[in-house]
Design a protein around this ligand. Structure first.
Ligand SMILES: Cc1ncc(COP(=O)(O)O)c(C=O)c1O
Length: 429
């Protein structure tokens, strides 16, 4: 019997106590590809993109969705979104390189860097990728190389938001974006230098489930657009609200109501572009997490069950080298025991990895089915900032990635080997 096992709209099902992901048995995946293993569902990424796109175009027809590649820059993931018609938000020359490789044309990419080097700016400009400026000096340095046809500026809209302090990217405490005087100075300089087409952008943070800060900040961005139009006569081809749409990680958290999001943000947008005489710009957004988070799970094998006088630990083969979000942000990732999905006998455990640090945990104080060595765990919602933030710390080769495409399991990133650990090193004797 196949049953849904999780309240989130995810491709997870239960067949006789065993977990299936997008129709494929977790234990078969572990058997064929070994663990730790990131498993990605193509159909879920497409579904996430389509429902977002449909909800937005229902309210306004000039929409561009820039996928924030930093969330997951696997080439196959980029290709899926490229074929859906997405645009792409890149924050490094490497992401621009990957996006071009995946088939995005330069004009479908927007580069938003911070602390950008001159050679990086030259590379981006030479690729003909539009730049979203993050400091006045960045513009000055770009203009020494080229006068771009189109340019955008990242504005700090005074209000930030996000699931953790490290993820709040607007407001007084952050390095990101330009404040009003610098914004006006930057657009004036670009216009005087001969730039003819413009956009304006903000990104206030990541993992936002409560819409209020996004709406308030976006309203500030729109009034900044009006000031620029009034003072400098610039009209905008696009106005970009950035990313940040959150996803539920805990079973009790609610999903973002896409219909309400679309109605609220686009009614504000449409009202203000008429009121402020801003023409009919594209409405852009830059979701990362929202498109890919629930489209991936991490499979990890239980190597050790260890009981101390104080705690029961489940030792697994994925640590913060594989998934850093729990130890970096205290993030919650739901854990299922893939071979005991319906087991009733439960105990409280910490799930810990193989890294020699006490901060190496994937989950704490979780009520899980009674665990034995050899069991297989599935860590949910790891498609965003999962593999992308993984490392070789403790000299552990990185995990493999498998894509499920029409029930076929395709290896889209090989597991690293010991050779990967010495790649690029030169031993001096
Ligand atoms: C400029 C920019 N846009 C978009 C995003 C995507 O954020 P999220 O994955 O929360 O949607 C980020 C993430 O930090 C970002 O820096």
């Amino acid at each position: 019997m196949v049953k849904k096992v999780f309240q989130f709209l995810q491709p997870l099902t239960n067949k006789d106590g065993h977990l299936l992901f997008d129709g494929v048995a977790a234990r078969e995946l572990a058997k064929e590809f070994d663990t730790p293993l990131y498993v990605i569902s193509e159909s879920r990424i497409r579904h996430n993109y389509k429902r977002l796109s449909e909800e937005l175009t229902r309210n306004y027809d000039k929409i561009h969705i820039y996928y924030a590649a930093k969330a997951n820059s696997n080439l196959s993931v980029l290709k899926i979104l490229e074929t859906e018609g997405a645009h792409l938000d890149a924050v490094s020359p490497g992401e621009v390189f990957l996006a071009l490789k995946a088939g995005f044309s330069p004009e479908r990419i927007l580069f938003t860097g911070t602390s950008v080097r001159n050679d990086e700016l030259r590379f981006i400009a030479d690729c003909k990728v539009p730049v979203n400026i993050d400091s006045f000096s960045e513009l000055e340095r770009l203009l020494k190389h080229v006068v771009p046809k189109i340019l955008s500026v990242r504005v700090n809209p005074k209000i930030g938001g996000g699931h953790h302090d490290h993820c709040i990217t607007a407001g007084p405490q952050t390095k990101f974006g330009l404040w009003e005087d610098e914004t006006l100075k930057t657009y004036a300089k670009a216009k005087n230098a001969g730039v003819e087409r413009f956009g304006i952008q903000m990104h206030i943070g990541s993992g936002i489930l409560n819409l209020e800060p996004i709406i308030l900040a976006f309203d500030n961005l729109l009034s900044m657009a009006k000031k620029i139009r009034d003072k400098l006569g610039i009209t905008f081809e696009f106005i970009d609200m950035g990313g940040g749409l959150g996803v539920p990680y805990k079973p009790e958290e609610n999903e973002l109501d896409l219909c309400t999001f679309s109605n609220r943000i686009l009614s504000l947008f449409k009202r203000r572009i008429v009121e402020y005489n801003l023409g009919t710009p594209f409405f852009c957004l830059e979701p990362g997490r929202y498109l890919v988070s629930d489209a991936s799970i991490l499979l990890t094998s239980v190597t050790t069950v260890k009981v101390t006088p104080f705690k029961k630990f489940i030792g697994v083969d994925a640590g913060f080298n594989t998934l850093i979000r729990p130890s970096m942000y205290g993030s919650y990732h739901h854990v299922l025991v893939a071979n005991k999905v319906t087991s009733q006998e439960k105990e409280i455990y910490d799930v810990v990895g193989p890294i020699c640090e006490s901060g190496d945990f994937l989950a704490r104080d979780r009520l899980l089915p009674k665990i034995e060595e050899g069991d297989l765990l599935a860590i949910l919602n790891v498609g965003a900032y999962g593999f992308a933030m993984s490392s070789q710390y403790n000299s552990r080769p990185r995990a493999a990635e498998v894509l499920i495409k029409n029930k076929k399991c395709l290896l889209v990133r090989k597991r690293e080997t010991f050779d990967s650990l010495v790649f690029n090193q030169q031993m001096v004797e």
